[in-house]
Design a protein around this ligand. Structure first.
Ligand code: F6R
Length: 590
């Protein structure tokens, strides 16, 4: 969460930074700001709201100068206010700091800084600006002050600093939050994500924790954690620039839902050797543990069923933020499968670090090439679904499923069979999407007055109920619960009353008969049933049609109309499904 960028070169820094911030906005859209250095002064503008709103109000892009830093914020310390927006400055307006991360020793630092400096915000970042101010000695380089200040802070950070004292210089350092250096000709870039500067350069250096970059337009050097100049090889990225085009759709989320038939085909397109290596890792391990958060965890739960059904391999799924509590059971015979669209989720990375410290091997399933998780794994399978701009996971979730299906079937030597069926599903999904994009909005509109929903399913579809419920919560702000239908009678049934909407996932697989009897139980208590199935049933008040697919593949067929349902529920409530409140696409705090 939060995105930082720094630029020094010949171009208008504010223009380059604003261009980059637009590509970083997925990391936070509570507020935005830019600081540049020009004619010996710091020029700073910032404001609350989405980037385009702040630009309209403050004209960030018109700031003068060729060196500057920028930030998009997802609030941690301090509310969403103008004062708390980044960049933050020192008392003398010499130093500007943008920060992604969170300081753990905030209270202690604040007590130390407050008596000696004028604090204008509640943020942890402002404290860093004042610490640098304390260590900035006339004639000594900015990096020396930054390095000393950083020794006092505990927590996670990607810091980008500029100063009027050395007007063409940017200093940046990281611990636990991503930072990538972009090497240009007569210009250099630093950012949380290389996509921010990809139109200008593809030659990058991924920084590791503790490293500090010092850059001017014509020169870059990197200091190791011990402060010594160090050599790091650059890589030239072979990735596409994420094009922020809606292609005729009103929202990225809807576009990405419609991209899913293609996403299936792109995910199938795996390096055969990578899939083989991944299968070997599974086969050579004694225990397999998935770790992931949010939608990626629901995908992992489906992977767990598939491992059992197809490969007869028992595995477990541990929420990444809980992983450390299971460390005692992890050793060199464990394979951890880390599933993450962004590859930057701090909880996942923390779990992986814990597992690696105990000797476990890491197989990761990620979308973002060059992400922290990808770089720390023994083997990586990529989703290949392109950038997902909608904050809610849609095509990335489906692509994670495709990889997990491929892996499960390849464990059993049946990979081709899976590929054939997945291709067939891609075609069926295309037709089904068109049908449901007419029908599902009507259901969403009809149910827009309800404030609690239950999603029920059994077996492999159970995790689909969880994922569909998560979608509704995050973009329509409606309370909902995704449940194993068998669990209803153990408590939750007490909440079902006349008219309560229950979305029942009832495909014609081995769960069909059983789920129908669970539907009867809730219907007898007055529930209003939205039945998702390839076969109509008189128990359904509304029937949402899904295509008929082979046994085991129903999660792919079921999730898509439920994504549409969440999307249209958001629209029916006049919300912005692309940028839901309080959330960000990449969750880089633990
Ligand atoms: C939900 C959603 C989140 C993410 C979660 C993990 O729609 O997008 O729940 O799935 O934050 O993110 P990744 O997969 O990037 O690790």
């Amino acid at each position: 969460m939060c995105g930082v960028i720094g630029y020094t070169g010949k171009q208008s820094a504010a223009t380059v930074i604003m261009d980059g911030l637009a590509r970083l906005e997925y990391r936070g859209y509570d507020s935005a700001g830019v600081a540049t250095v020009f004619n010996g002064d710091l020029h700073l503008k910032k404001g609350v709201g989405k980037l385009e709103e702040v630009e309209a109000a403050c004209l960030l892009s018109r700031l003068p100068g060729n060196t500057g830093i920028g930030h998009v914020r997802w609030a941690t310390h301090g509310g969403v206010t103008m004062e708390n927006a980044h960049p933050h400055v020192d008392c003398l307006n010499y130093i500007a700091v943008a920060h992604n991360g969170i300081l753990e020793n905030y209270q202690k630092l604040r007590r130390r800084v407050v008596s000696r400096h004028k604090l204008v915000s509640e943020t942890d970042t402002e404290l860093i600006a004042h610490l640098i101010e304390e260590y900035l000695v006339p004639g000594a380089p900015l990096e020396q002050a930054v390095t000393k200040a950083v020794k006092e802070i505990k927590g996670t950070y990607a810091l980008v600093v500029t100063s009027t004292v050395e007007p063409n210089k940017i200093v940046a350092t990281r611990c636990g939050s991503p930072l990538v250096l972009g090497l240009g000709k007569g210009e250099n870039f630093i950012s949380s994500d290389f996509q921010a500067f990809l139109p200008y350069t593809r030659e990058v250096v991924f920084l590791d924790d503790g490293e500090t970059v010092v850059m001017t337009p014509g020169k870059v050097h990197i200091l190791s954690a011990s402060g010594k100049k160090t050599r790091k090889d650059s890589v030239v990225l072979d990735v596409d620039l994420a094009v922020r085009e809606k292609n005729g759709f009103d929202y990225f989320m809807l576009k990405e839902i419609f991209e899913q038939p293609q996403a299936i085909l792109s995910a199938i397109n795996q390096e055969k050797s990578a899939l083989k290596k991944a299968a070997n890792l599974v086969n050579n391990s004694q225990s397999v543990v998935f770790t992931a958060c949010g939608s990626s965890r629901y995908a992992s739960l489906i992977g767990r069923y598939m491992f059992s059904k197809i490969a007869h391999r028992f595995s477990d799924v541990i929420i990444s933020s809980e992983f450390c509590y299971f460390g005692d059971s992890v050793d060199e015979n464990t394979l951890v499968i880390a599933v993450s669209q962004s590859g930057e989720t701090a909880d996942v990375i923390e779990g992986v670090i814990e597992a690696q410290s105990r000797g476990a091997k890491i197989l990761s399933i990620v979308n973002t090439i060059g992400s922290t998780l990808a770089r720390m794994s023994d083997c990586v399978l990529y989703l290949n679904c392109g950038t997902e701009f909608g904050v809610a996971a849609t095509k990335s979730f489906l692509s994670e499923l495709v990889i997990l299906y491929l892996l499960s079937f390849s464990l059993a030597g049946r990979q081709e069979e899976a590929e054939e069926e997945l291709k067939r599903i891609s075609e069926l999904m295309d037709e089904n999407l068109r049908l449901n994009n007419d029908e599902v909005p009507k259901a969403a509109l009809k149910l827009a007055g309800h404030d609690k929903f239950y999603y029920i399913a059994r077996g492999i579809n159970f995790a689909v109920a969880g994922e569909a419920s998560l979608k509704l919560k995050e973009i329509a702000y409606v309370h909902s619960e995704g449940m194993s239908a068998g669990e209803l009678k153990h408590g939750t049934l007490a909440l079902v009353e006349e008219g309560t909407p229950v979305i029942a996932i009832a495909p014609c697989d081995d769960t069909h008969e059983h789920i129908l009897s669970n539907i009867s139980e809730v219907k007898a208590r007055g529930a209003y049933i939205i039945g998702l199935s390839d076969k109509p049933d008189k128990l359904f008040d509304i029937h949402i049609e899904i295509p008929r697919v082979n046994e085991y593949y129903y999660p792919l067929a079921c999730i898509v109309p439920l994504q549409l349902f969440a999307f249209h529920s958001s629209i029916a409530r006049s919300l912005d499904p692309d940028r839901p409140r309080n959330l960000a696409k990449s969750v880089t705090v633990t």
